[in-house]
Structure formats: C-alpha cells, structure tokens
Design a protein around this ligand. Sequence first.
Ligand SMILES: Cc1cc2nc3c(=O)[nH]c(=O)nc-3n(C[C@H](O)[C@H](O)[C@H](O)COP(=O)(O)OP(=O)(O)OC[C@H]3O[C@@H](n4cnc5c(N)ncnc54)[C@H](O)[C@@H]3O)c2cc1C
Length: 377
Amino acid sequence: MKLRVVVLGAGFGGLELASILSAKIGDQLDLILIDKNDSFFFGFSKFDVMFGKKTPEAVRLPYSSIDKPGVRFRQENVLTIDPVSKRVITDKEHYEADVLVIALGANYDVTATPGLREGGNEFYSFDGVLALREVLPAFAGGKVVVGVCAIPFKCPPAPSECALLMHDFITERGLRERSEITLVMPFGVPIPPSPSTSKALIAAFKERNIKFIPEAVVRSIDPARRIAILDEGQELPFDLFLGIPKHVAPDVVLQSGMTMNGWIPVDPVNLKTKFPGVYAAGDVTSVGTPKAGVFAEGSARMIAASILAEYFQGEMPAPYKGDGSCYIEFGGGRVGRVDVDFFSGPKPVGTYVEASAAMVKDKEEFGTVRAARWFCR
Ligand SMILES: Cc1cc2nc3c(=O)[nH]c(=O)nc-3n(C[C@H](O)[C@H](O)[C@H](O)COP(=O)(O)OP(=O)(O)OC[C@H]3O[C@@H](n4cnc5c(N)ncnc54)[C@H](O)[C@@H]3O)c2cc1C
C-alpha cells in the first residue's frame, strides 16, 4: 500500500513538501497536491511585475510542468476540510488521506480597512500588482504612503523594500524632487529580530529622505480627502497609497474548525495540529515565525522529516528551529540578507549580511534552485 498524502496548497510549503517526499519515497508515495491556481509566483516577483521590470508571464511557474514521481497535481478549489476523518472535498473530487497537510497560506481582507479599495492600492495580491502596473507609470509625483494596515503580515521586509524601490522608480522618472515617501510600520524598527538589519534599513531611508513612522498602522483611508488615518487618528495626506492589507486564513480553513484566533495552532516542535495525522505548514499557522516563504519551506522540511520518521518507524527529527534567510531589496541594484533563527535560543536572533550588487545573483539563484527542485524530476 502506498502512503496517501494530500497536500492542500502548492505554495512554498506545499511544493517543498511534495518535492522532498517524492525524492525520498517516490515509488511508495501517492501524493495529491491541490491548488486552485494554475501557476506559482514567488512573492518577491511581485515587485518586478509592479515596477515594470518583468512581465507577469516571465515570472510564472506553471504547475502543469511538475514532474515528480509519486506526485499528482490537481488544479481544484478546496471547499471543505474534515481534519478528523482527513477527508477533503474540492469543486471536482473527494479525497481521503493517511496524512493531510494544510499549506493554504494567507489571504487578504481589503474590506477590513475602510476606504482602501476605493482610495488606495495594495501590492500583496497578484491582482493588486497588475493594477499597479497601470497606475505607477501614470503617477506624476507627489506624496507616496506605503502603509501596513494590520498585523500579522507576510514578509516583514516587503514594506521597506517597496518604499526603497519606489524611491528608485520615481528618481528614474525625474519625479523625486517633487515627491515625498512615507513608510508606516507597526514595529518599532523595520526588522525587530535583527538590530543590524534594522539599522541598515533606517540608514537607507535617511539617505533617500524616506520618512519612517514606527509603531503605527493605517486604520482607514478617506478616499475623498486622499488621507490615510493611523491608529492615533494621525492623518497622512497622499497622492498614491500603497497598502499592505489585513491578512486572514482562507475561508475553507476558518470553516474547518482548526483555527484559533484566526490561524491554525501547531506544535512548534513538529508542526502537528491537534488532529492525528494532520499537519499545517507556513503562513496558515500561528507557529510564531514570520509569514514568509523561507519559513513555510522550513516548516515543510520539518513535516517531511516527521512523516518519513513515522513511515519508517525511525527516530523523530530534531525540533523545528524556525530559521531562514530573507533577501531584502535595498534599491540601487543592491540586495541585502537577514538570517534569522526564531526557536533555537531564548529569543529570536537575526544577522545582517550587507547589501551588495553581488547578492542580486544569490537572490536569483534562490529562485532558480527552487524552481528546479519543485518542478523537475
Ligand atoms: C510583495 C511580497 C514579497 C515577498 N517576498 C518574500 C521574500 O523575499 N522571501 C520570502 O521568503 N517570502 C516572501 N514573501 C512571502 C511569501 O510569498 C509567503 O510567505 C509564502 O508564499 C507563504 O508560503 P505558503 O506555502 O504558506 O503559502 P502560499 O505560498 O501563499 O501558498 C498557498 C497556496 O494555497 C492556495 N490556496 C488557497 N486557498 C485555496 C483553496 N481554497 N483551494 C485551493 N488552493 C488554495 C493558493 O492558491 C496558494 O498557491 C513575499 C510576499 C509578498 C506579498
């Protein structure tokens, strides 16, 4: 009998898990990988598309090219999850699993921020990015506000990256002199676990005259007055608002009865949920690491090790460390990196690797290595 694994979501977490299990036990595996979309996009490719550096087609990785022993991809919409029986119903099929893995990521609730849809833009969804591809070239300069609307949010460096890349975008068009850029962030510093990375980002903001407003979120937008309203009622006028909308677990997850405070709680040691044989990976969990691809991938590696240990009745793997490295766009053709470890010590520790032109290649390689690992045999 083959091991029946059903993986919901073919993002960073789902793709990494399917790849590892295929490589280790492909001939003993019957893994169904389900996603409603037909393609994967790296989160960071949204900046390339939004700022017109690449076409959407150039950054698309179609799931139809997945070629992995023991893995079958299904483009279907997951409608119900029963974590007790490990049964899943999609718009096309029913599935039963020996092991069920929920890796459905985080969605956005734009309506949670009054006025955002009518008066602002968001750059976190692919649709938002496609809309900005039209909006940005028409921007004639003025006040730009990059603002986080709620926590938690994916990829904590992304708002800082957006502000720095926006600086480049308007500088290249000769609009910087008549523009202002303000970044609104809920944390005291841009990357709380890494003082050195935060220091480098704050220095980069200063050099470029980007105003950093810490410990605040954008509660609402007044579309008529073109004003962003922060938690204390502070008003920020804007000509262009680039928002990070409130994140929520997908409806099917919220309806499954698996969530607590909006996300799936898991044992941080091994990513098991309280339901036997059911794991959760990545952004859909409340494991305690940031919502980022590298952590989703790390959690999937832990789940794969745990599934394999149980399958072979071997020793359980060492506890999940919650570590990962995130590349950070500093603009000006330079990329930095922060290496963070959340669970090994008493508190999270982050190290900064200085931004350089050379690191641009490392980041590109990060993408090409994963595309090869996740899609090719
Ligand atoms: C602008 C931006 C920049 C980023 N930059 C980085 C970066 O540089 N490094 C980094 O590590 N992370 C980055 N991220 C974050 C990263 O993209 C996410 O954290 C990561 O994709 C999470 O992986 P995941 O597997 O948990 O979920 P996802 O990758 O989001 O995958 C979840 C999948 O589930 C599918 N799904 C959801 N609901 C259903 C349903 N009902 N039925 C079927 N399928 C469904 C979705 O289609 C999706 O493909 C960035 C994000 C953004 C927005």
